[in-house]
Design a protein around this ligand. Structure first.
Ligand code: DGL
Length: 263
């Protein structure tokens, strides 16, 4: 299974997927050499995403998860047309928030915040007021904080509002789920669990259609030697994680153990 993000944000989605599919081999591609994506042009985001999925396809992934709200908002449909394996996206957890909240703040990258996809999603819950906050530098600050140990002050990035619920519209933000909940003193929602459940459903469908065998527990057989040229890191025999082409980041991500911290 392939998981893609601009950087480390999708590791949180990876952890959720691994909990539901513990026998599955996951390949993670984080394009942290070119992160953040959130303020890039749609053309760049599509091109980088296509390159990432092409790598995952070449490594033999049976399906790919765009563990990136920005890539999902900009080019999920285009990627579904371009690749023969299923391409799943991540959706901001607007639905669960709308079930229990009435004044919801959606935190997102600029590209996601302005997307038609998010506008269409929030429009389905007219009983709620949604305020959508584009955060131009929060994802990059999180990436730097977790990979290089730089300090991060939430009030430098988050709007001073008093919502009764917050939706995390960027996978990077999930690493600060608890801090954001404490900052706003209200429930915070993220979409990682929903994405993991959807992946299980999609894989079960593929198995029932005979497109994936059951004998390998949804595992994608890969030869780790093929990944050597890409500077991969292997953790036990559970999977292969490859974070962009910055070896510096690879090392730090492993030493801080972010990738499986929520297990
Ligand atoms: N983690 C990504 C998202 O969910 C992208 C953040 C970025 O690269 O700006 O939107």
């Amino acid at each position: 299974m392939g998981i893609f993000d601009s950087g480390i944000g999708g590791l949180h989605v990876l952890a959720a997927c691994r909990r539901l599919l513990p026998g599955c081999l996951f390949l993670y591609y984080g394009d942290n050499a070119r992160a953040p994506y959130g303020s890039r042009t749609a053309e760049e985001i599509s091109r980088f995403t296509r390159e990432g999925l092409t790598l995952l396809e070449g490594w033999g992934a049976d399906a790919a998860v765009l563990a990136c709200n920005t890539a999902t908002a900009v080019c999920a449909e285009e990627m579904r047309r371009a690749f023969s394996f299923p391409v799943l996206g991540v959706e901001p957890a607007v639905r669960p928030a709308a079930r229990v909240c009435r004044d919801v703040l959606v935190l997102a990258t600029p590209r996601t915040a302005e997307s038609r996809r998010l506008a269409a999603l929030t429009a389905r819950f007219p009983q709620c007021r949604f305020r959508i906050a584009p955060l131009p530098s929060f994802a990059a600050a999180i990436e730097r904080c977790l990979t290089r140990g730089e300090g991060l002050t939430l009030s430098d990035h988050l709007p001073a509002l008093r919502p009764d619920g917050v939706v995390l519209g960027c996978t990077h933000y999930a690493f600060f789920h608890r801090d954001i909940a404490a900052f706003y003193r209200c429930p915070v929602f993220d979409g990682a669990q929903g994405t993991a459940r959807r992946l299980v459903t999609v894989l079960a469908e593929r198995v029932s259609q005979g497109k994936i065998g059951t004998d390998d527990h949804f595992c994608t057989p890969i030869n780790p030697n093929n990944c050597l040229t890409f500077g991969y890191k292997k953790r036990g025999d559970a999977g292969v994680i490859f974070l962009g082409d910055g070896k510096f980041y690879n090392k730090l991500v492993y030493s801080t153990n972010i990738c499986f911290s929520s297990e």
